[in-house]
Design a protein around this ligand. Structure first.
Ligand SMILES: Cc1ncc(C[n+]2csc(CCOP(=O)(O)OP(=O)(O)O)c2C)c(N)n1
Length: 243
């Protein structure tokens, strides 16, 4: 049972119907359970955004901090209390956009934290602006004629380091998502899990999807499982690591 990990009195959550964030939250809690962790052994740090609201639902010590600054806060927490399992749970705008600088320096310092990045390819909470993770050609609130830019290579930023753990998964592949979170938490050092997530309301509908189901079916169709590789292709999910 994962109920103990949540403040159930706060349910239902604020997320839109069909949003993928809840799936990621649920699998994160299942990973905690499978790792046999008690609430007081874990702490979750979030920045600002729809994804960042997750911290508040977990029934443990959490920090819902400033936009883009979850990673350095988590590093400080881990250094102050090395026994704690410290998790960052936040959005792509938060971690890769406004907080992108920390994605260069934190993996380099290799502090033993796990970053779960909910990548819905947009700034969801503020209505769906173009993010550094938005697909080339994506129609967003601020790119009505389609984005001209290639999305940032998150994997490349992590793999640029001496040691690394990088996983990419989607909210369709829930068992794989849980495996990625568990293995990331077991990795001794900085670990990063990118969860491709559907934001149907502010992003998906602008790309022509009618509902969340269609987006999930596209994840099923487009992403292939990779194993034993040094680097994931854009259409692959899997884990790459260097100890
Ligand atoms: C310093 C600062 N800049 C901008 C904002 C406005 N803001 C709040 S949430 C957000 C976007 C969050 O996007 P993301 O991290 O991708 O999370 P999502 O809502 O998509 O889950 C922005 C720009 C803010 N709160 N603080």
């Amino acid at each position: 049972m994962t109920e103990k990990y949540f403040k159930q009195e706060l349910f239902p959550t604020i997320w839109c119907a069909g949003c993928g964030i809840g799936l990621a939250v649920k699998e994160t809690a299942k990973a905690f359970k499978e790792l046999g962790l008690d609430n007081n052994q874990i702490s979750i740090v979030s920045g600002i955004g729809c994804s960042g609201r997750a911290a508040g639902y977990f029934n443990m010590d959490t920090i819902h901090g400033c936009h883009g600054r979850a990673i350095p806060v988590a590093e400080g927490l881990k250094r102050a209390n090395p026994k704690l399992n410290v998790i960052v749970f936040s959005g792509d705008g938060d971690i890769v956009g406004i907080g992108g600088n920390h994605l260069i320096h934190s993996p380099r310092r290799d502090t033993d934290i796990t970053v779960i990045c909910i990548n819905n390819q947009t700034y969801g909470l503020t209505g769906g602006q173009l993010a550094p993770t938005s697909a080339e050609g994506a129609v967003t609130m601020t790119s009505p004629f389609g984005s001209k830019y290639h999305p940032v290579n998150i994997q490349g930023l992590i793999l640029a380091n001496k040691r690394f753990f990088y996983a990419r998964t989607t909210v369709f592949h829930i068992d794989h998502m849980r495996k990625c979170i568990k293995e990331a938490m077991q990795f001794k050092g900085f670990s990063f899990v990118e969860i491709i997530t559907n934001c149907v309301e502010t992003y998906g509908k602008r790309q022509g999807y009618n509902n969340a189901y269609e987006m999930l079916m596209d994840y099923k169709k487009n992403f292939k499982m990779a194993s034993g590789k040094d680097r994931l292709e854009d259409n692959e999910i899997g884990i790459v690591r260097k100890e």
